[in-house]
Design a protein around this ligand. Structure first.
Ligand code: NAD
Length: 355
């Protein structure tokens, strides 16, 4: 079997590629444009495996995407390539429309073309073909203090990021219903874990705490997110690919709600324990509340009953074990994030602020 993974050099995509190579007898074609968020260092463990291939391709480039389908004849597509950072989508939404909407459209068109031709000479393989689109719970908008998102929740996105992800979900559903392309969608809650770009909350706070720098927290830190360890998300994606029913959507989460301020405090306690520094003192003192993000959703929380009951998936990590693992990883893997912060991972310097 050959699986084409888009965005395989990103945070979640690299976890999916590593999981596929380690646990499945498949060939993996990693298709990634290598934007600022793509980092081949995250794939060092699998890069030399003969079942791993890398293709630097923009998913908006139809001719190149067509070449990939013709060359590799994949049995499945796991689509993770996206612009993914909400703050960047507020500053510059154009790239989000391009990759998340136009890129998904391009991939769907070329997948459909390939799959239709495949059906002409190998019906059985065409029937087994799957296009799995990895999406987010942010498409559902914001929850109040009560209730949960499910697969039935109406779309109500708030940010340019979530609006473009919502658009991509609608396209995938339309290609399933109109053309019969066998598609699956997952809507997952916030991920954390190794290899996450240090502009996102958990790695940013970990690295700033380590260095004794201010820990910026939006508003009063009351926003609630539902956190899932990245390897558990990768496992959910493979479970849905192998056992999900085409045409279905699966909401994925660790059912683990945390206020941002509590996450930040928990990281401070872990960094104090694992990397004590008398010169810095208790890291909680570094917390700084900053002006809230415009359109900031108050609460995300997912009811993951469907994937648990129908597919038997469940996360392995609790938030306590997963956060400890994550903080320990950033403390041990200094080389990984120093190359990100210096721009060395892509041969240039990035002006990364603490957001
Ligand atoms: P990421 O930003 O870390 O990685 C995205 C990857 O896509 C990068 O390697 C980048 O180079 C690549 N990419 C971007 N534009 C591309 C293009 N035009 N062509 C080819 N490659 C391109 O993102 P992530 O956090 O790993 O998220 C992966 C997917 O999972 C996204 O679709 C995101 O919406 C979804 N998701 C993320 C989370 C989360 O908490 N991070 C939660 C739920 C769903």
């Amino acid at each position: 079997m050959t699986v084409l993974v888009t965005g395989g050099a990103g945070f979640i995509g690299s976890a999916v590629v590593r999981a596929l190579i380690r646990t499945r007898p498949v060939t993996v074609v990693n298709v990634d444009k290598l934007t600022y968020a793509g980092n081949l260092d995250s794939l060092a463990d699998v890069a030399d495996d003969p079942r791993y291939r890398f293709e630097r391709v923009d998913i908006c480039d139809a001719a190149e995407v067509r070449r990939l389908f013709e060359q590799y004849e994949p049995d499945a597509v796991l689509h993770l390539a996206a612009e993914s950072h909400v703050d960047r989508s507020i500053d510059g939404p154009g790239a989000f429309v391009e990759t998340n909407i136009v890129g998904t459209f391009t991939l769907l068109q070329e997948a459909r073309r390939y799959w239709t031709r495949l059906g002409g000479f190998n019906r059985e393989r065409a029937e087994r073909f799957r296009f799995l689109h990895v999406s987010t719970d942010e498409v559902f908008g914001s929850l109040g203090p009560e209730g949960f998102f499910t697969e039935e929740t109406a779309y109500d996105p708030s940010s340019p990021y979530s609006a473009t992800k919502a658009g991509s979900d609608h396209l995938v559903r339309a290609w399933q219903r109109t053309y019969g392309l066998p598609c699956l969608i997952t809507n997952c809650s916030n991920n954390y874990g190794p290899c996450q770009f240090p502009e996102k909350l958990i790695p940013l706070v970990t690295l700033n705490a380590l260095a004794g720098e201010p820990l910026p927290v939006y508003g009063r830190g009351e926003n609630v997110r539902d956190w899932l360890y990245v390897d558990d998300h990768a496992d959910a994606i493979l479970t849905v690919l192998e056992h999900g029913r085409a045409g279905e959507t699966y909401a994925v989460s660790g059912e683990n709600e945390q206020r941002n301020i509590d996450v930040v405090r928990a990281i401070c306690a872990l960094v104090d324990e694992l990397a004590p520094d008398a010169g810095i003192g208790p890291r909680e003192a570094l917390i700084r509340f900053v002006a809230d993000r415009p359109g900031h959703d108050q609460r995300y929380a997912i009811d993951a009953t469907k994937i648990r009951r129908e597919l038997g998936w469940q996360p392995r990590e609790t938030f306590e074990t997963g956060l400890r693992r994550t903080v320990a990883w950033y403390l041990e893997q200094r080389g990984w994030w120093e190359r990100v912060r210096s721009g060395g991972y892509r041969g240039e310097r990035l002006g990364l602020g603490a957001r």
